[in-house]
Write a new protein. Sequence first.
Lengths: 119, 109
Amino acid sequence: DGGITQSPKYLFRKEGQNVTLSCEQNLNHDAMYWYRQDPGQGLRLIYYSQIVNDFQKGDIAEGYSVSREKKESFPLTVTSAQKNPTAFYLCASSIFRIPFVNTGANVLTFGAGSRLTVL
Amino acid sequence: GQQVMQIPQYQHVQEGEDFTTYCNSSTTLSNIQWYKQRPGGHPVFLIQLVKSGEVKKQKRLTFQFGEAKKNSSLHITATQTTDVGTYFCPYNQGGKLIFGQGTELSVKP
């Protein structure tokens, strides 16, 4: 079955440590995204990548880093510079087309999420 | 800049009652999507609306896109406990989807 796999599902980290969240997709999607969700809040975009070896900052990129060396993989590193890292992290992917309105394109498929807690 | 506001932020209904959530934009939208996130889960795509005045139905769910493509609504007829969750209407901004806070629906049996 095609889908997106995020790991780990739960992660605990001490202050000052970097952690890397894994996101792998076998949907052959072009674009991948990382969102952060805080309790009772919406989703905020951290980073996104529309093509291999290229990525752009979202609205809250500070304290995070990403890489896109393979089409299937888009890992997110939460660095010690991120002041409030405790959150639910969601990875998503989509077919990417321009113009954006093409039916079926640019529809996000999400992974199950990774819940990070800083102790 | 473009903004899409979703209202209400929370809605509590008795099972069997109808429910509607609205998304209103300050500018014309090229398209709008709707997602549902169950408690503890991840967002799942429901539908995409593209055409002015478009109406689409999925069983008890009715989605509308306004004539001016500045607003959209999701109406659920006769809510069930399985409808519980948060409904989002993200919009496209420069090739990425921007999510707001959504509308959190709770259903009392």
